[in-house]
Design a protein around this ligand. Structure first.
Ligand code: EPZ
Length: 443
């Protein structure tokens, strides 16, 4: 039962060695949904062995797809697997609550199913521990393409019986999810769609690449204006996912705050410019190794002294990624000096700060600002993961704490980090998983 396991972190180690990052969770989930746009078998390669890919696989099975998820366990958690998705001529068009409540990203089947089936109903995902997460931009964008959308009995019900028609769409904010849903609807619409103020994340560019391999016509991938020429039919494809920049960034921050030396194989430094620049300002060295013949390349992060505090402002790409906020807060909690960290994407992302304070960190929040005064060391304590990234951040903080830290609700971390404890041990620190006696009591 999820929530029974916790991480046990022995403080004091330095991360040393090499770790590989797989394809990105936040791309692979959308690539799997994009497969719905074409009848036949598509294959996604370098898929991480995480809970979310299993949930997406199950969602696609319930929509009538044949799904084979092959998790290459022999190569260790850093070796990505693959997923083959065989989409029927007429897929199902209802995504039920049971799966959507476990993974908000399920909402990304809305656009593809509306485009393929002319109707779709997806359970409305609630908010989560990082914010209320409304869907107004997804809905208004799809309505601009001609869909009628209602909320009925907890489901978003969208209809376009005569198909979708291209249109001009402006997004109030460069939302990743809204850009993806509108993009995946527009590729099969009649005429041209322009999405202005579109998201520019590497995962969006990756989705555009896959859709183009399927026959879509897209201009402006990676810019804030996407232009999509609708087409009648797409064909299945095989696509290798972009590497996970958030996992790669997590390793970079962990190496720095533990004064370690880590080579992040397959990590793309160009997807982490601001995050890595902050580490250089903190005193680390970052060496890039370009991919070459048979070599995936990556980057190496080394730190020999106590990090210096760094101010950060989170923003949509190419700004500092909000998903790395817990990592920079953990770094600043043991850095030399004080820092101001500002969160501009999710209103409740500081929820985990109280857990950091339980480890003795000097952190104060005021609205979407947080001031952190660094300490030499933190002190180990039992804490709880509120979400994927908060969990990883607390494990990092445990590495620079005296004594033992336990991080409960390990399942959060399992949703985004394949074999996290195993990979940490391979880098020379003592992190294990154990049954959480408190959870059993609470159970
Ligand atoms: C994606 O979420 C990622 N999730 C998130 O990663 C990531 O933090 C986020 O993008 C930003 O980079 C996946 O890809 C599965 P948004 P998404 O739409 O698409 C508001 C992780 O840990 N908004 O860009 O949900 C929204 O509330 C996760 O891997 C509206 O107001 O993010 C938020 O404040 C956490 N109305 C902001 O925009 C809308 O219709 C950005 O959300 C849509 C969004």
């Amino acid at each position: 039962m999820p929530g029974v396991e916790r991480f046990r972190v022995e403080g004091g180690g330095r991360l040393q060695g090499e770790v590989r990052v797989t394809g990105a969770k936040n791309s692979v989930l959308k690539l799997m949904a994009a497969a719905l746009l074409a009848e036949g078998e598509s294959t996604i390669v370098d898929v991480p062995a995480i809970l979310d890919t299993e949930i997406m696989a199950e969602l696609l099975r319930r929509l009538g797809c044949g799904v084979e998820l092959d998790q290459a366990t022999d190569g260790g958690p850093g070796a990505g697997g693959s997923v083959r998705i065989d989409v029927p001529a007429v897929p199902g068009h209802e995504a039920d609550y049971d799966l959507v409540r476990r993974m908000r990203a399920s909402i990304c089947v809305l656009g593809p199913l509306l485009a393929r089936c002319g109707q779709v109903s997806v359970a409305r995902p609630g908010g989560d521990n990082i914010g209320s997460r409304p869907l107004d931009m997804h809905i208004s964008g799809l309505e601009r393409l001609g869909a009628t959308i209602e909320t009925e009995h907890g489901f978003i019900v969208a209809k376009a019986p005569r198909g979708l028609t291209g249109a001009q769409v402006w997004l109030d904010f460069p939302s990743v999810g809204a850009t993806e849903n509108i993009l995946m609807a527009a590729v099969l619409a009649k005429g041209t769609t322009v999405i202005d103020n579109a998201a520019r994340e590497p995962e969006i560019v990756d989705l555009c690449f896959m859709l183009e391999q399927m026959g879509a016509k897209i201009g402006g991938a990676g810019t804030s204006t996407l232009e999509i020429q609708g087409t009648d039919r797409l064909t299945p494809t095989r696509h290798v996912s972009v590497p996970d920049r958030i996992v790669a960034g997590t390793w970079a921050y962990a190496a720095t705050m533990t004064r370690g030396d880590v080579f992040v194989r397959n990590g793309r430094a160009e997807h982490l410019e601001i995050a890595l620049d902050k580490l250089v300002r903190s005193g680390a060295t970052v060496e890039r190794v370009a991919p070459g013949e048979g070599d995936e390349g990556g980057f190496r992060v080394r730190m020999d002294e106590r990090p210096k505090a760094v101010d950060v402002v989170t923003l949509p790409f190419p700004g500092f990624a909000t998903d790395l906020l817990p990592m920079v807060l953990a770094l600043n909690s043991v850095a030399d000096g004080a820092a101001m960290v500002t969160e501009n994407v999710f209103e409740a992302r500081f929820m985990f700060v109280d857990e950091l304070a339980r480890l003795g960190a000097d952190v104060r929040t005021d609205g979407h600002h947080c001031v952190v005064r660094g300490k030499e060391r933190l002190s180990g304590a039992p804490v709880r993961a509120h979400d994927i990234r908060a969990g990883a951040g607390l494990i990092m903080a445990g590495l620079v704490s005296d004594g033992v830290t336990t991080v409960s609700d390990a399942y959060h971390v399992d949703r985004g980090y394949p074999g996290f404890a195993e990979q940490l041990r391979s880098l020379g620190v003592d992190v294990t998983r154990e049954t959480d006696p408190d959870a059993l009591l609470e159970g």
